[in-house]
Design a protein around this ligand. Sequence first.
Ligand code: CMC
Length: 435
Amino acid sequence: MENKVKPNGNATLTVGGKSTELPVYSGSVGPDVVDIGKLYAQTGMFTLDPGFTSTASCESQITYIDGDQGILLHRGYPIDQLAENSSFLEVCYLLLHGELPNAKQSKDFVDAITRHTMLHAQFDRFFEGFRRDAHPMAIMCGTVGALSAFYHDSTDINDPAQRTIASHRMIAKMPTIAARAFKYSTGQPFISPRNELDFASNFLRMSFAVPAEDYKVNPVLARAMDRIFILHADHEQNASTSTVRLAGSSGANPFACIAAGIACLWGPSHGGANEAALQMLQEIGTVDRVPEFVKKAKDKSSGFRLMGFGHRVYKNYDPRAKVMQKTCHEVLKEVGHEADPLLPVAVELERIALQDEYFIEKKLYPNIDFYSGITLKAMGFPTSMFTVLFALARTVGWIAQWQEMITDPTQRIGRPRQVYTGATQRDYVPMAQRK
Ligand code: CMC
């Protein structure tokens, strides 16, 4: 990556009467940044920012979010245009290479991904080590990390060719692994990938086909699946992406870094929220109970939050949620679930929360996870698979960010500091003298 930040003057930090000049840089759009890299050397002080709310951890040219306006751009292209006009593999190419592919580049890329969808035969035995009721995300963490034990020829991160092949392998094999994690939990035999199918259709077939009968991919569901993958493909420096970058900053192999990202994504504040949002809608159950749950969400002592609401960055409607809401209606219509009792609950919850002073004041809007649970359920996926689908799609974002980090000349191992409030130095106390 070629660094492109532009100097834009200095900021002055004054502490205890002593002033320090800190360089300010501008990106192409978005807030300027104050470079505090030399702050410790110049002042002996650190900055404190738990949760990184005001900290840019890197320079990046992949994804831009304006949370106040509700804008999400991949390499400059708005997410709604990509969801409407593009395909997931084209978005993968865009994220990895910076530009939309021409016809030849597109064909070559699709061919490369399609040819890597199979797993090493020994890899299948690996699944059997898991209990049959294992959560598919647990299987994903373990098996993706294990890819490094199967593909030794793509773990040298200093070789661009090996990085490319590792990237292609992960994008290509993730649907196969995800579908196997699903099949394993249902006790059905694994279904092999079919090269004549597009990415989303192939995944649906590997997830839902059984050897006993033919499986016909529903084109409406395949398009919806592809769009859901596009919506989840990347999202700037979120927790799992930052985890991948931090893991990768030590020089760890790419498969291990992506496994670290999957582990982070699993949490209910991040990728696990779609599962939690659907469970919440099921718990609410009927429209008349919505006010009760909104009241509970406003009561801090209840510890309850409206899952699928709020976002660290979006202080406006999540632009992905708009596309997801449309996709949700399309899918429910196609599978004849227009009468799903959870849909009116979701619509009512959204309506009430958007009018409520608490949610308005805190700028809490529906996020992508609010409608994705109902959509995926209608497509036939159990809740335990929701975050797996997120991981499958986000893999390309993690890889693009990891590749960018490796090629960034300013990259160093990530090593945050702390403000220490523990015990100061003291002498060891022998057991006999302890109280
Ligand atoms: N329901 C009720 N109150 C909320 C909610 C919610 N969903 N989200 C935030 N708040 C309140 C929170 O209590 C706090 O109030 P106060 O200022 O009085 O203490 C205020 O809003 C700010 O919340 P925060 O926790 O400081 O904000 P954050 O930026 O640290 O957290 C979040 C962002 C997404 C973790 C949080 O909004 C949340 O827990 N939402 C529910 C889980 C969810 O839907 N997560 C999916 C995120 S989108 C998918 C992804 O990118 O992974």
